[in-house]
Ligand binder design. Structure first.
Ligand code: ADP
Ligand code: TZP
Ligand code: MG
Length: 284
């Protein structure tokens, strides 16, 4: 019987990525997002352009009625407030009870002791995937505030710097961990792939990281048993949309528009010709 390592080795990432996008388009998963004020618009539009259905809903009283209808949950602490924390925890606990996945974005985890403590608590609620930039994943993996870490939402490290941190966070949390950057790193603690798609200008648009985390939630929603592959696919699709968008863009603002248009219009031939995922470790 084919084992997991062999199947990964033989994997056709292009076709897998395309099929995962097709699944999102066919099933149109409902993604509940409890996110920051900055990202709501880009996140919702990214989900819509991919074929998923976004719902930015954070009222504690609505969670028992609404959350069971969601196919996945996306939690993001970008504009963290103690008022929203009970909603975040309650929604995560509910999707866990219902056996549905949730995805976590620890935006600017080092900004304060409160944020770090909150992020550690949320990781304890078993997200299926954690996606952050290198500085965020390094800080979360170290689980202590390092005064040399950047405190804002942007990364001061390259994704390659966070490979070991990502692996150890994946092992400790049980989540798939994704580190975005020039090469997006995805690991489940054993396997590790690098996604080489995307353009540097994506960093110059606020909330692209938040948006790709929500896209990961949509991809994991339609294939929850393969969160590793779903995460790599979502990051690849977002990167490919950025590359095509960049051909038409004059700067960050028009890239934002063209990225969304490109995501909406992606076809099989384009995806197959552009997917650039490398296997960096097959696990043991
Ligand atoms: N130098 C780069 N080259 C190509 N793509 C990049 C680069 N930096 C970031 N990206 C892409 O931009 C998106 C947001 O990533 P990032 O800027 O790291 O997140 P955040 O906004 O959370 O800091 C991801 O899809 C990532 O792949
Ligand atoms: C600038 C900013 N401040 C609080 S949340 C936020 C957006 C962060 O978005 P991203 O992590 O995708 O850059
Ligand atoms: Mg971010």
């Amino acid at each position: 019987m084919e084992n997991e390592n062999q199947s990964l080795e033989e994997e056709d990432w292009g076709m897998k990525t395309w099929k995962n996008l097709e699944k999102v388009r066919e099933k149109s998963p409902l993604i509940q997002c409890i996110t920051n004020y900055v990202s709501m618009d880009l996140m919702a539009n990214t989900l819509l352009a991919s074929g998923a259905s976004p719902a930015m809903l954070h009222c504690l009283q609505e969670i028992p009625d609404f959350t069971p209808h969601a196919d996945a949950l996306c939690l993001n602490v970008g504009t963290l407030s103690p008022d929203w924390l009970p909603s975040m925890k309650s929604a995560a606990e509910l999707v866990n009870e219902l056996g549905k996945p949730w995805v976590f974005d620890p935006v600017a985890v080092s900004a304060s002791e409160f944020r770090l403590k909150t992020c550690i608590e949320l990781v304890g609620l078993k997200p299926a995937v954690i996606r952050g930039n290198a500085s965020e994943i390094l800080a979360l993996a170290n689980a202590s505030r390092d005064t040399h870490n950047s405190k804002g939402a942007d990364s001061s490290h390259g994704s390659m710097d966070a490979i070991e941190a990502a692996k150890s966070l994946a092992k400790a949390s049980g989540a798939v961990v994704a580190v975005s950057g020039a090469v997006d790193i995805i690991t489940d603690g054993q396997r590790l792939v690098g996604v080489h798609n995307g353009v540097a200008m994506m960093q110059r648009i606020t909330a692209t990281g938040c948006a790709v985390t929500a896209l990961i939630a949509a991809f994991v929603a339609v294939d929850p048993l393969h969160a590793f592959e779903a995460t790599a696919s979502a990051l690849t699709i977002f990167g490919v949309a950025g590359e095509i968008g960049m051909d038409m863009a004059k700067g960050p603002s028009s890239l934002r528009m063209h990225l969304i248009d490109s995501l909406h219009g992606l076809d099989q031939a384009t995806v197959l010709s552009r997917v650039n995922i490398s296997c960096m470790s097959r696990g043991s």
